[in-house]
Design a protein around this ligand. Structure first.
Ligand code: SAM
Length: 471
């Protein structure tokens, strides 16, 4: 491993919790930690030591997460059908602290609107989705077009209907003034916190890049602060150790944007270091890999005061104006609705829209919000894509197969690992079944996709773009 940048080590010298010797030793050790977060929408967490999660060889729980677990070793996730079923997300353990930050600052029993601004590939978004109530909304945004596909894929596998994936620049969110209860900014950063995981990143690090990142972080937050409700919560995080991207951003936030720092409770045994920023005394939470079982990370929570007249004055884009611009919804025939309903559990709790030929389902209580977001942002994906209706018959979409809204009485065929992998490679599989028509292929009872069983063969409907390529 290349040695850590001297300028970085120098800049950390006086920071609370920084122990140069232990910090260098943990980077030199080459030790790797693998952790996953189980999907409570799909797996029963009390069964984490048995059943579907057993194969993962769980070593122990991530202390600040209710669904996060360390693994004894890193398996080939690609060769685990449950990974493709969205049963869990492979996530670095420190990042899971977002759960604590949200639980301690937001009443998650109530419906909330949350924006995850820098969301790809979807680690924080899938975590947020597992925490919010069914009548809450998560807007999961990624500005970079090439990264939004993997975000949409991970959200699809997670299976929930109360998520909208958007592909917008932070400044576009100014059209949604005073709209979100919570905004999570997991900012692009200089990445020093991931040096142990990715030693090649060491050569990319420079003081100049830290400074560029710090300016970009300020710009991003300044762009979206208008869309946070008065009284709303802002969670800011980076995977950088640099004060310029962490505590100094907290100082800038409280100084320039007048948000208030929120102190979080952390158990001493977790090894997380609470820092207090120089200028404003804002609280920050540092994760050093020699103190926690996880990678380098920083998180801070803020509250927007009830009234921030100085900043928001004159920049209003009320949602009501936006609503008027939306075209009338497409109308479905009774037969079309009847074709869709048998596939859904609680079908009456959704509304349906057509996007090109596809039918999408979203929870009824999000109808207004979809209209508002549609008029302000570019939507990559909303709710659950159910499929296409042809001659009053639904050709079901993959999204429906892996969603949590599918009717549990849909015919299923549970297959072993080898057959599941053949299916995921999009190879034809041999099925002996008396059932005909659309059937869900499941592995350990979790759906991985559709097949259509005909008189003498079964057609594999796994999405070609997602098929696994290794043998
Ligand atoms: N939250 C993600 C997760 O947990 O899986 C990781 C996010 S990563 C740290 C930062 C993200 O910010 C990247 O996906 C990157 O494409 C995006 N990004 C880059 N430049 C940005 C900008 N100017 N504004 C907003 N997001 C940006």
């Amino acid at each position: 491993m290349s040695s850590l940048p001297a300028a970085l080590i120098q800049s950390l010298q006086n920071l609370k919790g920084f122990d140069e010797e232990a910090f260098k030793a943990v980077h030199q050790s080459g030790g790797q930690i693998t952790s996953v977060r189980l999907n409570p929408g799909k797996l029963k967490i009390e069964n984490s030591q048995q059943g579907p999660a057993e194969k993962l060889k769980i070593e122990g729980a991530v202390p600040w997460s209710s669904n996060g677990y360390y693994l004894q070793e890193r398996p080939s996730f690609t060769l685990d059908p449950l990974f493709h079923a969205g049963a869990y997300y492979v996530q670095e353990a420190s990042s899971m602290f977002l759960e604590e930050a949200l639980k301690q600052t937001v009443d998650l029993t109530k419906p909330v609107k949350i924006l995850d601004l820098c969301a790809a590939p979807g680690g924080k978004s899938t975590l947020i989705q597992s925490l919010i109530s069914a009548d809450s909304l998560l807007v999961s945004n990624e500005v970079i077009k090439t990264r939004v596909n993997i975000l949409a894929e991970n959200i699809t596998k997670w299976g929930a209907a109360n998520v909208i994936v958007t592909n917008n620049d932070p400044k576009d969110f100014q059209r949604l003034q005073n709209y979100f209860d919570v905004i999570v900014v997991d900012a692009p950063c200089s990445g020093s916190g991931l040096f142990r995981k990715d030693p090649n990143a060491i050569n990319e690090w420079s003081e100049n890049n830290v400074s560029l990142c710090a300016h970009r972080q300020q710009r991003i937050i300044a762009d979206i602060i208008l869309s946070l409700k008065d009284g709303g919560v802002l969670i800011y995080s980076t995977c950088s150790y640099s004060k310029a991207e962490d505590e100094e951003i907290a100082d800038w936030l409280t100084g320039e944007l007048k948000v208030e720092s929120v102190q979080l409770k952390v158990e001493e045994s977790w090894g997380i270091v609470e820092t207090i920023s120089d200028k404003s005394g804002s609280f920050g939470y540092r994760f050093y890999p020699d103190k926690v079982k996880g990678e380098g990370f920083f998180m801070a929570a803020f509250k927007k005061p009830e009234s921030l007249v100085a900043i928001t004055e004159g920049k209003s884009h009320p949602s009501a104006t936006l609503r008027k611009k939306v075209k009338n919804k497409q109308v479905f025939t009774v037969n079309e609705i009847e074709a869709v309903k048998p596939f859904l559990v609680n079908a009456d709790s959704y509304f349906f829209i057509k996007q090109h030929e596809a039918v999408i389902a979203m929870p009824l209580y999000l109808e207004n919000d979809l209209t508002i977001i549609q008029s302000a942002l570019y939507i990559k994906k909303a709710g659950v894509r159910l499929g296409t209706i042809i001659r009053n018959e639904l050709i079901p979409a993959h999204d429906l197969a892996v969603s949590n809204i599918i009717d549990p009485s849909i015919p299923k065929l549970d297959v072993d690992t080898e057959t599941a992998l053949q299916y995921l490679r999009k190879v034809d599989i041999t099925i002996e079944s008396v059932i005909k028509g659309w059937v869900l292929i499941t592995h350990q009872d979790l759906p991985i996709g559709w097949i259509k069983i005909l008189a003498n063969r079964a057609n594999n409907y796994y999405p070609a773009a997602w098929r696994i390529l290794n043998k």
